[in-house]
Ligand binder design. Sequence first.
Ligand code: GGG
Length: 357
Amino acid sequence: MTHRIAVIAGDGIGKEVMPEGLRALEAAAARFGIDLSLEHFDFASCDYYAAHGQMLPDDWFEQLKDCDAIFYGAVGWPETVPDHISLWGSLLQFRRRFDQYVNLRPCKLLPGVKSPLAGRAPGDIDFYVVRENTEGEYSSVGGKMFEGTDREVVIQETVMTRTGVDRVLKYAFDLAASRPRKKLTSATKSNGIAITMPWWDERVRAMGAHYPEVAVDQFHIDILTANFVMHPDWFDVVVASNLFGDILSDLGPACTGTIGVAPSANINPDGAFPSLFEPVHGSAPDIYGKGIANPIGQIWSAAMMLEHLGHPAAGQAVVDAFEAVLAEDDKTLLTPDVGGQGTTATLGRAIAAKLAG
Ligand code: GGG
């Protein structure tokens, strides 16, 4: 069976880490006898916008819907396209139209990587953020009145649906139930956001009733961010709304030393549409062109994609390969964010070589 993978490098360092993601993917495919058909697309990038005046072609859905997965780099080039236009014109369209309602973001302190939190070692930080990915604070419902005048009014609504929330909670509880600690933490803010968030808490309790084996706790988002820093070992599976999950899944990897290693899977669990795999980081204009972006976020996303496509051993081999390279701690290979003097290419090539055996 051939897996059709849509490859979209996107913007900024997405163009630099994608070749290393593909190098690892192809090395794993060769080792495990997996047949991949990689189809490259130039849309969902600000370069495409500059040429066409939109981020996506009109028939993008038709072009992508029959792929088995989408492998994405990063989006955003604020110098030429405002961030809300580039994000809403690309990634958020994919998440919505392909109903990728789970955004799964592992957060793990890797061997050889120094956490900025004192005294933390690998094993101390190892949890998942499960982010609701199609609605909530990112619903884009609202509008402006009296724009440009002294009476200007701006309104944006948070939309939460029972279907939308229950399905992501179910995914998070299933994940927690499958892990040894069987613990789920819910991110709330029901003291201040007094309509949607108490309702979110109710939905968590209702879903939790089906999972008596899972221990559930909840924190308001403000103290939860503090606890990510002070007690990252408390967490196993953290479930959150779209915005809270976005924030937590940058903070979590920052606690593990660098956001450059963090992967994500935008999953359509029903399998009706392709799921999308991308690093958590964005296009990072500040380091683009220097060749120093860490490719592990992209490579780990490839591992998640392989697992999703039914090749868990290949996915695990990719993880083992980058963990081994990090543990060897050869500063000439590692990128500066993990303490080295190497480049995106030296680290990517070392991981692919390790995979090839
Ligand atoms: N690698 C994906 C990317 O470029 N993300 C940039 C970003 O701003 N994402 C926002 C989001 O995940 O909602």
